[in-house]
Design a protein around this ligand. Sequence first.
Ligand code: NAD
Length: 440
Amino acid sequence: MQIVVYGAGYVGLVAAACLAEAGNSVTSVDLDKDRVAALRAGRVPFVEPGLETLVTNGIASGRLEFSSNPEEAAGRGTIQMLAVGTPAAFDGSTDESQLMAAAHAIGRGATGSVIVVLKSTAPVGAAERVIDEVRHEFSVRDVDFTAEVVVNPEFLRAGSSVRDFLEPDRVIVGGESQSAIATVASIYSAFTSADRILTMDLASAALVKYASNAMLATRISFMNELANLAEVVGADIAEVQRGIGADPRIGSSYLQPGMGYGGSCLPKDVASLIAVGEVAGATMGVIRAAAEANSLQAHRLTEKLERHLGDLAGRSIAVWGLAFKGGTDDLRDSPSHTLIADLVDAGAVVRAYDPAAGESARRHYADEGDVEIVSSLLETLDGADALAITADWPEFRSVQLAVIASALKERIVVDGRNLFSPMDAAAAGLTYSAIGRGDN
Ligand code: NAD
């Protein structure tokens, strides 16, 4: 199949590389010329395990090409897949401008009938707006091409995107035309069995994506609230998690308490669902509460540091983790930013490290004199009063607690990811405060 993928970000590039690997001829288009130049040379501009190999293979096989000209690229495929950004607008609703720009380019540049596949996360109604734009441009050009739209949301997780795309749990294909649905479903038959390809109408397919992310966000906020309660009543959230996770009606995933959800998807998708509910006159009370709990959770480590250190002015705090979780360099909506902003506001200085996000974090904090991004874990501890852990990298767990204890002036560790055993930490002489596991 000839496929054009708009947007060579986390979703679009993974989709393009995996679709090329499966034997399709794929053009990956991005407006960012530097990104396209790097990709043509086989360099992936972000961290995603396995992706660079797939990109290199795709280029070598001739099945994966790159373009920075959407209108010209539109002529290269019958399947036009949109994986551009859909950021939150100022009021939490979804900014669809990148989608509409890509739709415009398809309408102007396509050289035959097309199926537009909406892979970006976009609210109910966006698919209709996108296809109206394509059809409008076809009518302006006075061509008799047809344009169908299919909603095919992406569920991949940063850090395991390639595997998630190649071995999906389920694929959602929503549309109005059965033939368009069948065509798009056939593309995914290379990756999964027919029973895992769920077909439905456009609106339901769009809502599946938001419902999935809202459910995950709610689970995370629920566990974070329970963890906060566990701390006060002397329970251990890890035991509570083990107990409820053993119930098959609940299941054991997404029960890990922490600093709250972040990243490029959950916060904006939750905000978008709330905004859609507002317009539709639906209260969305549960998901509003989940968002509210999440915004408080990101400040938990600051509160813990203040409890143990008192006034933070003049203190030096080591921070491990800058991206929103381990395994990725994605800094978007990272709880670590909230912590660092709190610390700087309180007059502390920060020395931070992230195994993957160091370079982008250096650019992010370039104007912030009180934040230094260093190149190794142990460098952060140099002269630090306390350590705050915000991400779950295996590298963090491998450091011996005794090493941390001997390096920190005040021997205080606040751990937003529960990486260590409180007993081991106490044995190493640390004051260790994790999430929901007592507060020594
Ligand atoms: P991203 O910001 O990493 O990439 C988007 C890319 O689109 C950018 O490189 C940008 O230059 C490019 N672009 C913008 N307008 C364009 C146009 N008109 N033509 C061609 N390229 C254009 O975004 P992402 O994280 O890959 O997310 C893309 C979509 O997928 C979003 O809707 C997001 O909500 C959704 N999604 C993301 C994830 C994730 O983990 N990142 C997971 C599932 C779904």
